[in-house]
Write a protein that binds this ligand. Structure first.
Ligand code: GRF
Length: 205
């Protein structure tokens, strides 16, 4: 299985995926890293591990539709089987999503369907929830609305800040994302409408 990771920033989830490919936990290859930000540290991480990199910026492709079409074509031409969004700060349009049906996944730092969109950890703190977490889901045409593959929970403490809660969630992200990608690579993940089943039980919890 050939994976493309799309990342706009820090790339710690990309790093977790790279390490789990290199140690054999994920039976797949990260064939491509794409960023929409030239300065993204994620691109340096890809370089360190000898992974092909590409940058698609708004400047190069004016208009969302052209951007999406060009990016989809580029990824398709690389024979990619799975697109992993890892802190990719753009919404991918209908054409992109339809080019890779049930082949795009995302990690989000809340227990979806609560707190989709930006600043999920801040939203959770301000709402006053006692538990939050992270979710890996298939990407559909909505904002963080696709079928849920796996989730991890963390407690929220009274003295939490956005930083402390984000850090606690991130630790779980770095375990959950590789686990889900491994199950997909093994062919164990099936989608029926909104319901995702994983052969062998709910082994992404
Ligand atoms: C993570 O919190 C992820 O859940 C969200 O964006 C952040 C990306 O972090 N989608 P990193 O770039 O992987 O370190």
């Amino acid at each position: 299985m050939r994976i493309a990771v799309l990342a706009s920033g820090r790339g710690s989830n990309l790093q977790a995926l790279i390490e789990n490919v290199e140690n054999g936990f994920i039976p797949a290859e990260i064939a491509l890293v794409v960023s929409d930000k030239l300065e993204a540290p994620a691109l340096d991480r890809a370089f360190q591990h000898g992974i092909e990199r590409a940058v698609f910026t708004d400047k190069d492709f004016p208009g969302r539709e052209i951007f999406d079409r060009e990016l989809a074509g580029f990824i398709k031409a690389k024979n990619i089987d799975l697109v992993c969004l890892a802190g990719f700060m753009r919404i991918l349009g209908t054409d992109f999503v339809r080019t890779f049906p049930n082949r795009i996944i995302n990690i989000h730092p809340s227990l979806l369907p609560s707190f989709p969109g930006l600043n999920a950890q801040k939203q959770a703190l301000e709402y006053g929830v006692k538990y939050s977490g992270c979710t890996v889901h298939f990407v559909d045409e909505g904002m963080d609305t696709g079928p849920i593959i796996g989730q991890r929970t963390v407690p929220v403490f009274e003295n939490d800040t956005v930083e402390s809660l984000s850090g606690r969630i991130l630790e779980q992200e770095h375990e959950l994302y590789p686990l889900v990608v491994r199950q997909i690579a093994l062919g164990n993940v099936h989608v029926n409408g909104r319901i995702v089943s994983i052969k062998g039980g709910n082994s992404c919890a």
